[in-house]
Design a protein around this ligand. Structure first.
Ligand code: ADP
Ligand code: ZN
Length: 604
């Protein structure tokens, strides 16, 4: 094939231009060089090797850790008219032989394989009898034993370099930190690879973090804004997942639970429905998500604090892979900090590991309580400097009000100290508020100098102060996880008056004004479909679902939301106009063009 990368981008994938570093990466591979690509989820990693695969002689071999991912990618490529296949344990022996035959006959542009398969002597020698266009190592962070996705076989992949020194290799990952990057270079022998590091900002995701005061009502209001949209809701415990999924279903939402306590058949069935249907809400523990490649997830909601900033970034990153507007929404409370500390304390991990986990929890808490641009803090967690305001997070859209809380902070710290740093916030607040009880008298705390010095504030205000002092590292929860509070190195500066403390006001906005604000932010759901457009939008989605069923693929493999949305706006009336829409390549135009034109033309 003699086409240029840009021609292939147009004709096969139907896109008008390359995104970010895509073109440079494609050229690097075509020229025979190696590449290491760090790009966030949704950045467009796949095209970086798919286009060179169509240009270079021979078959491109793509190493992918997950069977479900392979199948999706191959389905999508076939829909675009590309000769692609996969080899993994899900295929029958007969189907495997057929794929191998096609490989040997040079019929395949791309072949996806699981690493354990690729590394068998038999497969490697099969490849030696073939022309290999390139090796793509997807999810390359799986080589890292520090990550959650460690796959020992990935470490053997350096053999590709030894056996096929002339074949270009590309390793890709959405995991950003330096340690992982170094490990990839070393383990995969990519010292000579050119590195392409993208910003990890996800500009289409709007971040929002709020306090949990009435979880059900908050979740309902949130979902009202996202009716009919696909989303994921993360909760910490299996029980909470089950309960939430149940009451959401009772309230009329299409919600399903997912956690490791469900049997495999149920889990698979739920995951499959999530991928194949429009508008399903998956309520899940963190067990759900690895390998969820669904591009049109419109929101990710956290009903509890996630474990770490990395976890938060990864989980929220599953929203909006298609670059259309998406929301990352989280509510949390002080009790989360106690629960999480307990979970860390009770885990089997070594002390060193527990210390790291506590630090991670603390930085997440600082993020949650922050008054500055969320994106600044989120990207800073990955060593990226970003200067807000981004204009697209809650703190930028509506800067939080703060107040001088130096004196209350001093009172709080002093009450913690005077009562011996052995109590949780509940009891310390009772001391501050001067609440008499037998326990108080038995402990002799009614005689402390701090008893009653905080009676001017109610319990809720005090809880807010304690939560924020924890988040700012002016107090710390005990390592044992009992929720008892201790001073920290920095508390002293506040007690001596050398440091003042500003806290954010937790006051809840009145209901009416909040409603108005929300509707200003989002009209017609995340995608901004107007009421008059809704009938055609529904028809287009209906047709897509029908075609997807016929072809046995998820709807987004037929066309992405972005492509449907472009049709809705441009109202193409013939094939030429339709083909100019981003995402409509030649193969899809031929296959589905008339069906979609019929629906569009019937509207007018
Ligand atoms: P990643 O693997 O980095 O998460 P994908 O390769 O799945 O990202 O691409 C994310 C989405 O962006 C896909 O829907 C893809 O079709 C789309 N995309 C990729 N490159 C382009 C481009 N140059 N123009 C338009 N859309 C693109
Ligand atoms: Zn911001």
């Amino acid at each position: 094939m003699a086409s240029s990368p840009l021609e292939i981008l147009h004709s096969v994938f139907g896109y008008t231009e390359f995104r970010g570093p895509q073109q440079a990466i494609v050229e690097q591979l075509i020229a025979g060089g190696d590449a290491l690509v760090l790009m966030p989820t949704g950045g467009g990693k796949s095209l970086c090797y798919q286009i060179p695969a169509l240009i270079r002689q021979g078959t491109a071999i793509v190493v992918s850790p997950l069977i479900a991912l392979m199948q999706d990618q191959v389905d999508a490529l076939r829909e675009a008219g590309v000769a692609a296949a996969y080899l993994n344990s899900s295929l029958s022996a007969e189907d495997q032989r057929e794929v191998e035959r096609r490989l040997l006959d040079g019929e395949l542009n791309l072949l996806y394989v699981a690493p354990e398969r690729l590394l068998t002597p038999r497969f490697l020698s099969l490849l030696e009898r073939n022309e290999v266009a390139l090796f793509a190592i997807d999810e390359a962070h799986c080589v890292s034993q520090w990550g959650h996705d460690f796959r020992p076989e990935y470490r053997e992949l350096a053999v590709l370099h030894q056996r096929f020194p002339q074949v270009p290799r590309i390793a890709l990952t959405a995991t950003a930190d330096d340690r992982t990057r170094e490990e990839i270079v070393e383990r995969l022998a990519l010292q000579d690879a050119k590195q392409f590091v993208s910003s990890f900002d996800r500009p289409n995701i709007r971040y929002h973090v709020g306090l949990r005061h009435n979880a059900r009502r908050q979740v309902m209001e949130f979902l009202e804004r996202h009716r009919g949209e696909t989303g994921i809701m993360y909760a910490l415990s299996r029980r909470k997942v089950d309960e939430t999924a149940t009451w959401l279903a009772e309230a009329g939402f299409d919600a399903l639970p997912y956690h490791a306590g469900l049997d495999a058949a149920t889990r698979n069935a739920h995951q499959r429905r999530f991928l194949r249907e429009d508008g399903l809400v998956m309520v899940a523990t963190v067990a759900f998500g690895m390998g969820i490649d669904k591009p049109d997830v419109r929101f990710v909601a956290h009903l509890d604090l996630p474990r770490s900033m990395e976890g938060y970034y990864q989980e929220t990153g599953r929203a909006g892979r298609d670059s259309l507007p998406a929301e990352a929404w989280m509510i949390y409370g002080l009790s989360d900090v106690v629960t999480m500390s307990q979970m860390i304390a009770q885990s089997e991990s070594a002390d060193e590991r527990k210390r790291v986990e506590r630090q991670k929890l603390e930085s997440l808490l600082a993020y949650a309580e922050a008054t500055q641009c969320r994106r600044e803090l989120l990207l800073a967690a990955f060593g990226e400097e970003y200067h807000g305001p981004c204009g697209h997070c809650d703190n930028c859209i509506e800067p939080p009000k703060t107040w001088d809380a130096t004196v209350p902070a001093q009172k709080a710290l002093s009450a913690v100290y005077r009562s011996g740093q052995r109590f949780g916030s509940g009891h310390v607040i009772s001391i501050l508020r001067g609440e008499d009880s037998t326990r108080m008298t038995d402990l002799g705390h009614d005689r402390l100098s701090t008893f009653g010095i905080g009676a001017d504030m109610d319990e809720k205000q005090w809880r807010s102060v304690f939560r924020q002092l924890l988040a700012m590292g002016l107090l710390e929860a005990d390592a044992e996880g009992f929720g008892t509070l201790r001073l920290t190195k920095t508390s002293r500066d506040v007690l001596t008056g050398n440091q003042s403390v500003r806290l954010r006001e937790d006051a809840r906005p009145a209901r009416a004004s909040r409603k108005r604000r929300d509707s200003q932010l989002v009209t017609g759901g995340s995608l901004g479909v107007e009421a008059y457009e809704q009938p055609l939008w529904d028809e287009l989605r209906k047709l897509r679902t029908q075609l997807a069923r016929q072809h046995g693929v998820p709807p987004y493999v037929i066309f992405h939301d972005a492509t449907l949305l472009a049709m809705l706006r441009a109202l193409p009336s013939n094939e030429a106009e339709l083909s100019s829409i981003s995402g409509v390549g030649e193969a899809k135009l031929k296959r589905y063009g008339q069906d979609f034109l019929a629906v569009i033309n019937a509207q007018e």
